[in-house]
Design a protein around this ligand. Structure first.
Ligand code: HEM
Length: 407
């Protein structure tokens, strides 16, 4: 565990309410600032866009806890960190990272992804048909009934997860985001998450199919050096987790931003080519991932007067870049015609999100379909009043109440 050298590190807020305000405070304070995390961990928070990009490509910054976190033991870490340390590509550097990333990169090629478009369209159409059957005038939670269902269905289809197991996957992946959970609940959820994915591996051994899980299992069975037992499990956890929780937020935030900006909504309605701008502007303004734990200093790093010591934890605030006043003017406005929509929502450098094109594709199918089906879609509460997911990892609303046909 890393000690807090100053004894004054502020706690990183887990309510989901102060994500942007706290990022502003930390950004103004220093290039890297000590923050305390659940279960007594302390990390360096990095909120300035330029510094984040520098560290994301600095070879002295590792993603491998096994090599560079002195406090790491396979069984001894706090439960909330367990989902963020399995031996997947996300937690590997150098050659190991390249080897693990290569195993699934073909599945995310532009051609393979484009082939998924009809299936994503079918999923959204079926969900919208289901919404049509609701009594007109009823309040609908769009997150539960629509945004949540699309990414989880797509990734579970890709990974061959049977229908009966999907609620369990959903529950454990929700739990992985909950940084406000009591330590014993976080530990129980992490144990259940590992069990759920182990059960899925066992299931796929007897029921192979035309899915990514079966392909990964074959690679592991043919050559354990290419994909070890631990790496197989970790890759399953990474894909199901990354594929489900994140895109939900992209759909929620883009919908809420458009419904609360009539001019921007009118612009995208009159020119569907602007959907890509709406999605990128949403990723800049409301990135689905605020932090994705964790990085580790492999050597001492001097950062414009702040010294990060070897073995210290580093938490990059991916979600802070899009609102960095040194980068974006009028940063809190949602503007489709903004010239510079740059963001770090999908990361930067070697670990740049593999699923970014899939997330963008899901959004590009699901959002126009929703707004076309319900031209009078209306938010039932002011955006500031919507409940938030309790997390400093994910950045999402806990529900998005709407009237499908207007008030
Ligand atoms: C809007 C949706 C998404 C967001 C905001 C997002 C965000 C991110 C971020 C910030 C990283 C970099 C982590 C780091 O450097 O520490 C990442 C990595 C990753 N993401 Fe995503 N992600 C999204 C959707 C997806 C989807 C749909 C998948 C696929 C199933 C996916 C798979 C991955 C994988 C495999 C990595 C690890 C890449 C590596 O370590 O080389 N993501 N994601």
């Amino acid at each position: 565990m890393t000690a807090d050298h100053t004894g004054t590190a502020p706690a990183l807020d887990s309510s989901g309410i102060r994500l942007y305000d706290q990022a502003d405070e930390l950004r103004a304070a220093a290039p890297a600032t000590r923050v305390s995390l659940p279960s007594g961990l302390t990390a360096w928070s990095v909120t300035r866009g330029s510094i984040a990009k520098r560290l994301l490509t600095d070879p002295r910054v590792s993603r491998n806890p096994r090599r560079h976190w002195p406090g790491f033991t396979e069984a001894g870490q706090p439960g909330w960190m367990t989902p963020w340390t399995p031996a997947s590509m996300l937690n590997a550097d150098g050659e190991d990272h390249t080897r693990l990333r290569k195993l699934i990169s073909r599945a995310f090629s532009p051609r393979r992804l484009e082939a998924l478009r009809p299936a994503i369209t079918d999923i959204t159409t079926a969900l919208l048909d289901g919404l049509d059957r609701q009594p007109p005038g009823d309040l609908t939670d769009l997150r539960t009934a629509y945004s949540y269902r699309i990414p989880i269905t797509v990734i579970c289809d890709l990974m061959g997860v049977p229908l009966a197991e999907r609620p369990r996957m959903q529950r454990v992946m929700d739990g992985a985001m909950d940084t406000g959970a009591a330590p014993e609940d976080a530990a129980a959820n992490s144990a259940e998450m590992i069990k759920a994915l182990r059960d899925h591996i066992t299931y796929k051994k007897t029921r192979p199919g035309p899915d990514m899980a079966t392909q990964l299992l074959h690679i592991h069975e043919e050559d354990g050096d290419r994909l070890s037992d631990a790496e197989l499990l970790a890759t399953f956890i990474l894909l199901v987790g990354a594929g489900s929780e994140t895109t939900v937020s992209l759909l929620d935030h883009t919908t809420v931003s458009l419904l609360s900006s009539p001019q921007q909504l009118a612009a995208v309605r009159s020119n569907p080519a602007l959907w890509d701008d709406a999605i990128e502007e949403s990723l800049r303004l409301n990135p689905p991932i605020m932090h994705m734990p964790m990085r580790y200093a492999a050597e001492d790093i001097d950062l414009d007067g702040v010294t990060i010591r070897r073995g210290d934890l580093i938490l990059i605030a991916f979600g802070a870049h899009g609102r960095d006043p040194a980068i974006h003017h009028n940063r809190e406005a949602f503007q489709l015609d903004r010239q510079d929509k740059s963001h770090l929502a999908f990361g930067f450098g070697a670990h740049y999100c593999m699923g970014a094109p899939l997330a963008r594709l899901e959004a590009a199918v699901a959002l126009p379909a929703l707004f076309d089906r319900y031209p009078n879609l209306t938010l039932a509460a002011a955006p500031d009043d919507l409940p938030r997911v309790a997390s400093f990892i994910g950045n999402d609303y806990a529900s998005v109440p709407v009237y499908l046909h207007g008030r």
